[in-house]
Design a protein around this ligand. Structure first.
Ligand code: DC
Length: 222
């Protein structure tokens, strides 16, 4: 492949793909894009404008207006915004607006880096089908819900693990069943099941999977 190196890290909600993508980017000194945050920004824009995430016109107006530098991290990471992001992401027009941003990022990684790591749902299948290496990260819903619960106990008093599991399953279902770029592994993606792995072991496994392809591609970069 010519051009910048791309590592696509797709996967289910709360699978750990964001943390893995960030660690891979640090390891290779590549730029990192969390594409889910783009859909979250669109969702936040719709909600703040008093619109309806299910309405394509409202979602498209918000997608055209997103400011990738003006992030509100606490609200952006909330479960409610994640849910609304999953709803706006089903609109094909929204995906078309964000596709351009993501492909531009892949073609011109920030800071002149030799490559980009992009995490999301359709990076290996639609956004960067020629990516240098593709991972698809998953874990059982129970384990993902438990990890999210542990994370939330550090911020909130008593998160409800059963409710978190329900949210995760609902989000996976919506992301898998939508017609526009549904969540599914690209045919050439390397599957990484993190059910029985902690973050260090998951990173070691991710690195072992992508390293041969990335190192080969780096040889061709001046
Ligand atoms: O990864 P996340 O939880 O921040 O993503 C929020 C939602 O955005 C997710 O439920 C579906 C949507 N999304 C998408 O459709 N395509 C992507 N590449 C990334 C996220």
């Amino acid at each position: 492949m010519s051009g910048p190196i791309v590592i696509a890290v797709d996967g289910t909600a709360a699978s750990g793909k964001g943390t893995l993508a960030q660690k891979l980017a640090e390891h290779f000194s590549f730029a990192h894009l969390d594409s889910g945050s783009l859909y979250r920004l669109v969702a936040l824009g719709v909600v703040d404008a008093g619109g309806n995430p299910g309405n394509e016109t409202d979602a498209l107006a918000a997608a055209r207006a997103i400011d990738v530098n003006g992030r509100d991290n606490v609200r952006l990471r909330s479960a409610a915004v994640g849910d609304a992001a999953s709803i706006v992401s089903a609109h094909p027009a929204v995906r078309t607006v964000l596709l351009k941003f993501q492909r531009d990022f892949a073609a011109h990684p920030l800071g002149g880096a030799k490559g980009a790591v992009i995490d999301g749902r359709d990076i290996g299948s639609i956004i960067c089908p020629d990516a240098t290496a593709k991972l698809f990260v998953d874990a059982t819903p129970d384990v993902r819900a438990h990890r999210r619960w542990l994370e939330l106990t550090q911020r909130r008093a008593e998160p409800d693990e059963a409710a978190i599991l329900k949210e995760i399953e609902e989000r996976d279902r919506r992301d898998r069943e939508r017609t526009a770029s549904p969540l599914k592994p690209a045919p050439d993606a390397l599957l990484l099941d993190t059910t029985h792995l902690d973050i260090d072991a998951a990173f070691a496994a991710a690195l072992a999977l992508v390293k041969p392809k990335v190192e080969e591609a780096l040889k061709a970069v001046p």
